[in-house]
Design a protein around this ligand. Structure first.
Ligand SMILES: [Zn+2]
Length: 100
């Protein structure tokens, strides 16, 4: 996965009806963009209701969460972190990401 910062979130109108993450700092007006979850999605200027009503795309969310670019500030090396990742698996992910 090569999705990099920066990114922005945009609600995608119906029938998609979800908020996806896209590359860039903000929407550049392109009618179609590829989201973090790998779909080419039609974009339009969202209304306030779109922002309120569209649930976040959890696939995009997870893609962005898995980016190793941000160090964990408070809990690095802490053995009692949230528990869904072991230090071993985190290190393996980092090494994989660092390999060209
Ligand atoms: Zn998505």
């Amino acid at each position: 996965m090569d999705f990099e910062r920066p990114h922005f979130w945009m609600p995608v109108p119906a029938p998609e009806g979800r908020r996806h993450a896209f590359r860039g700092r903000r929407w550049d007006g392109s009618p179609v963009l590829e989201s973090a979850c790998g779909s080419a999605l039609p974009l339009a200027t969202p209304s306030e209701m779109d922002w309120i009503q569209c649930p976040t795309c959890w696939y995009c969310w997870n893609v962005l969460l898995e980016q190793p670019s941000e160090p964990e500030s408070t809990c690095a090396g802490c053995p009692y972190d949230s528990g869904h990742r072991t230090p071993e698996s985190t290190r393996a992910e980092l090494e994989r990401a660092d390999t060209p």
